[in-house]
Design a protein around this ligand. Structure first.
Ligand code: SAM
Length: 462
């Protein structure tokens, strides 16, 4: 397929980032962001890169507006990839030619705009044709690009399709249907079609912040040091009131639950293992605990340090592999383990197409070892919250059942309905929490849903 083999459409001698080049005439407006979207899609689907890194590289040198357009195109192309491929496939009677360069990513990104973005169709088609002409291997098919794109439907059932069958890789659709049933799996896939709203964890008077930020307070449990508010519309984060003063940070509603459920009190010695970039660390410090934040990634710990500086918070910061950590025991530990991140597909649609079934088994093995280490670092009577932003039961429910079976001195501290407010329905029969992107429904998609997370609370015998 073109996406695996094709290179981004770059002309010999041309500036690959779409900037001004002495050797070619200036290109028409709007080409550079589309070229960047094609390159980013190739990097994600062909190179397994994350969307943020792929876009950062592909958009280098572009103006902010063009960067935003490249991001919008790439994101929607990944969100609706299955539907787009099916629609294109029906119009390519003989499939993709054998050696066609970037033909497929050019068609996919153009179709994403025609079908799902509010941009003029004629410009999209013209630019797609010019991108094809600029790629030696795709150039013979420039006429095909024009014909296929002009035959795409504008809206209607064909463009919508079934979110589970079309826009979810088959192996994930099978997993979610097995874990949650066909209806819930379809609801999860439908939630993935919408851009996630922006949630902030605010310190102090949540109602006052909600008013100032034009947001709603999410009723997710009793008052705590921090509260989640959800913005009614999309705005640049750095321009919002309170950013410079460090009074809040971006954190999905589900991601804010594990630190709340640990229930730390002022003065407790608490470890945040796998802490970076620090959303949960900030909550624990804001609650008054003495926090030791540990992560093995120096780059991610750099981001944690910058975040803590903006927020005026001062946890102890340790760059280390948790598995090699030697320290005095803790009163409480949060282990937000590395995982497949399939619960974050609303925000990161690349995850659905970049992860492979084999990734889960190796993560499960690492999570088990991190759990054993975390238990060994608890004082007698100490509490542990384990969380993952994964929809896969092996990384959540299965992990905790296995731990309880092999660690007799450990018991579950079940989560009670009044701890979760409007999310009480996310509590499992065993007293853990399983959030799904289909929860917290609202007529307005931006105000709906939350990341898919698993969390469990445990206590070491006293
Ligand atoms: C899910 S992310 C943590 C997100 C973070 N808790 C937050 O709320 O901002 C998982 C983190 O685990 C870290 N990690 C993975 N394996 C680790 C290990 N063996 N020791 C320490 N950190 C590890 C990764 O570097 C990554 O930052």
């Amino acid at each position: 397929m073109g996406l695996r083999q094709g290179a981004p459409p770059r002309r010999r001698g041309a500036d690959p980032r779409g900037g001004a080049s002495a050797r070619r005439p200036p290109e028409s407006a709007g080409v550079a962001p589309r070229r960047a979207a094609v390159a980013a899609l190739v990097a994600v689907l062909g190179g397994g890169e994350g969307i943020d890194g792929a876009l950062a590289e592909a958009s280098e040198g572009l103006a902010d507006r063009d960067r935003a357009l490249a991001r919008a195109i790439t994101t929607v192309a990944l969100r609706r990839l299955g539907s787009i491929r099916a629609l294109l496939g029906r119009r390519l009677e003989r499939g993709y030619p054998r050696k066609c360069g970037s033909l497929e990513p050019i068609l996919v990104t153009a179709a994403a705009q025609i079908l799902y973005l509010d941009v003029p169709d004629h410009a999209v088609v013209d630019i797609a044709v010019s991108l094809a002409k600029a790629d030696r291997n795709a150039a013979p098919f420039a006429g095909l690009v024009n014909a296929v794109l002009r035959r795409l439907p504008r809206g209607g059932d064909e463009a919508e399709g079934d979110p589970l069958a079309h826009d979810t890789p088959a192996w994930l659709a099978t997993r979610w249907t097995g874990a949650y049933g066909a209806d819930e799996a379809r609801a999860i896939a439908a939630a993935h079609r919408h851009e996630a709203g922006l949630d902030l964890s605010v310190v102090g008077d949540a109602a006052a912040w909600a008013e100032q930020l034009d947001a709603v307070v999410l009723p997710l449990g009793p008052p705590a040091a921090t509260t989640t508010v959800r913005l009614r519309d999309s705005r640049p984060v750095v321009a919002l009131p309170g950013f410079d003063e460090g009074r809040w940070w971006v954190q999905d509603a589900a991601a804010a639950l594990p630190a709340r459920l640990l229930g730390v009190s002022a003065g407790e010695r608490v470890a945040d293992l796998c802490a970076a970039p620090g959303g949960k660390t900030a909550q624990l410090v804001a609650a008054g605990a003495h926090v030791v934040a540990v992560d093995r990634s120096p780059e991610r710990m750099g981001r944690l340090a910058a975040n803590m500086e903006r927020l005026g918070l001062a946890p102890e910061q340790v760059v280390a592999d948790v598995l090699a950590l030697e320290t005095d025991p803790f009163d409480a530990i949060l282990l937000d383990a590395p995982c497949s991140a399939t619960g974050t597909i609303r925000r990161h649609p690349d995850v659905a197409w970049v992860k492979r079934p084999g990734d889960i088994a190796s993560l499960v093995e690492l999570q088990g070892r991190l759990l054993d280490k975390a238990v060994s670092l608890l004082r007698p009577g100490g509490r542990l919250v384990y969380s993952t932003c994964s929809l896969e039961p092996e990384e959540g429910e299965g992990q905790i059942e296995a731990l309880l079976a092999r660690a007799p001195g450990l018991e579950r501290l079940p989560i009670a309905a009044d701890e979760l407010g409007a999310l009480a329905g996310a509590i499992t029969p065993r007293g853990d929490v399983r959030t799904l992107p289909s929860m917290l429904p609202d007529a307005e998609p931006r105000l709906s849903g939350l990341d898919g997370f698993f969390m469990a609370r445990l206590q070491r015998a006293g």
